[in-house]
Design a binder for this molecule. Structure first.
Ligand code: PA5
Length: 493
């Protein structure tokens, strides 16, 4: 029997935190039919692959992939592992956050620093996720291009941060006298199977040399923030994670999260409780606080998932045609929905944001993540005074989680705990998949389209206009021209 994750929702309910801030039996009675409706809507659309692809729900099946593809990924993972000392993974948003989260959760801390921890595997660096020249500049100055493999990940192939980092990095490879025009053999690309400039580049490079720019596809219908178990597999294979364990975690969590009974379905219950809190009890902020340093970047991954999925200007419109559904924005129904996600870390942030969590405005929910076995433990030596001497770190950590729950409960602050018996590929995949399904149900409760992100276009368009990109729509350029940034001297001091 595998060690599986579990959920403690006690402190979301009125029995623990009172009727004003806690969910009551009466609340749940009203929301149970809505939960059933959310479940059946998703059940219905997930039946047809055409629907899934059109809507962006294809990620739901990422636990069941073609074994030949997985073999191919593993072969290349092994090749990269054996041929290179360094890998630079380029990507941003959904093409980065899941990989970084996996790396931190599933590899030992300080992996890049110590040969003994890497066991012959390459160091992994993440770039192409910022326009700050200092990180990539420093990295390229200090790595040896002959020992370095570049993996570029961009579904659209058009994202500025990734594109410019890729151009700089491939030029860096090419300029090395030992590499020159063979540089493509050190490049892997993960992008859309058909469109975008990265796809075009891959195709043209492969025409010249089949062994250059080895590529894998982002599956149609899999959006960036739901794509870790698609675009992240090559990275997982390089770092030696058993992909079968990942798939087993997804499969088991999927079974659990499509059950009808609200009290057996943690994703549906989580979504229901969060939605009651948000829509009826003013909890507009959502803090994810894993009590594990290695899960900090998983909390950052969750920020993108929640913010881009639920932070929406318009309600969703469903257009049904020939048995297929098209989801889009209802431009006549402005709703401006979405809780604000905040990543935090126990016990570190108990000395920071926790003061506000306990004593500040009661406008947030907290999701704690408790890890029961860290795979390593330390006993405090007799030097530390009587109280702590002889105790183990793991014992103190468990106590800190209980203490946090207790303090939040006494302050009537809604909170819940996800319990991970251990952080393994299986449980970590369960955790991500749980949040993905829960967010999907929340999209139903908020009546927004959870699989697009039109809000991120504004800054891109502004940059494109001033970079002189051709083909921008006239209404976009007019919008920018008619509403210039206000930079009045009197307000700059
Ligand atoms: O969730 C999403 O789709 C986005 O956050 C994308 O992942 C992000 O913008 C990066 O896009 P791309 O992979 O096309 O470079």
């Amino acid at each position: 029997m595998k060690k599986t994750i579990s959920f403690d929702f006690n402190n979301m309910f009125s029995e623990a935190i009172g009727n004003r801030h806690g969910v009551t039996e009466e609340d749940l009675k009203r929301w149970t039919p809505k939960a059933a409706h959310a479940l059946s809507t998703i059940e219905e659309v997930r039946k047809s692959s055409e629907n899934r692809i059109k809507i962006g729900l294809e990620w739901i099946n990422l636990g069941e992939q073609d074994p030949h593809l997985i073999d191919k990924i593993d072969q290349h993972g092994e090749k990269i592992r054996n041929s290179f000392k360094n890998v630079i993974s380029l990507g941003i948003g959904g093409s980065y956050l899941g990989l970084k989260a996996a790396q931190d959760a599933l590899l030992p801390p300080y992996y890049n620093e110590f040969t003994s921890l890497r066991e012959g595997k390459p160091r992994i660096y993440f770039e192409g996720n910022n326009l700050d020249p200092s990180t990539i500049g420093t990295l390229l100055k200090n790595l040896d291009p002959r020992e370095t493999c570049i993996i570029v990940i961009s579904k659209s192939g058009e994202t500025t941060e990734t594109k410019v980092a890729f151009d700089v990095a491939r030029n860096w490879l090419r300029e090395h006298p030992d590499i020159g025009e063979n540089y493509g053999k050190q490049i892997y690309a993960i992008t859309d199977p058909h469109g975008g400039s990265l796809r075009q580049l891959v195709n043209s490079m492969q025409e010249k040399d089949k062994e250059s720019f080895i590529d894998f596809s982002v599956f149609p219908g899999v959006g960036g923030r739901y794509s870790e178990f698609n675009i992240g597999l090559l990275h997982l294979s390089i770092i030696g994670v058993d992909i079968k364990e990942i798939f087993a975690g997804i499969k088991d969590m999927k079974e659990i999260c499509f059950q009808d009974d609200l009290f057996k379905n943690p994703a549906l219950l989580y979504a229901t409780l969060q939605s009651i809190m948000y829509l009826e009890k003013g909890k507009v902020i959502s803090i994810l606080m894993p009590f594990a340093e290695t899960l900090k970047s998983t909390a950052e991954w969750y920020v993108q998932l929640l913010a881009e999925s639920l932070g929406k200007e318009y309600a969703r419109k469903i257009i049904k045609k020939n048995g297929l559904e098209e989801w889009t924005d209802d431009l006549e129904k402005r709703v401006n929905r979405g809780r604000t996600p905040v990543p935090a870390r126990g016990t570190n942030d108990l000395h920071s944001i926790q003061q506000n969590n306990i004593s500040g405005e009661n406008n947030k929910t907290l999701t704690l993540v408790e890890v029961q076995d860290f795979g390593i433990d330390l006993e405090i030596p007799q030097l530390s005074g009587e109280l702590l001497a002889g105790k183990k770190f793991s014992h103190l950590m468990t106590l800190a989680v209980r203490a946090t729950e207790w303090a939040l409960m006494r302050a009537e602050k809604p909170n819940m705990t996800v319990i991970m018996p251990v952080v393994s590929p299986y449980t970590w995949a369960q955790l991500l998949y749980f949040f993905e399904i829960a967010t999907t149900y929340e999209g139903e409760f908020l009546d927004v389209y959870a699989f697009h992100q039109p809000g991120v276009e504004g800054y891109k368009n502004y940059m494109y206009k001033y970079l002189g990109k051709t083909g921008l729509k006239r209404e976009i350029t007019e919008e920018i021209d008619n509403h210039p940034l206000k930079k009045m001297d009197k307000y700059i001091i």
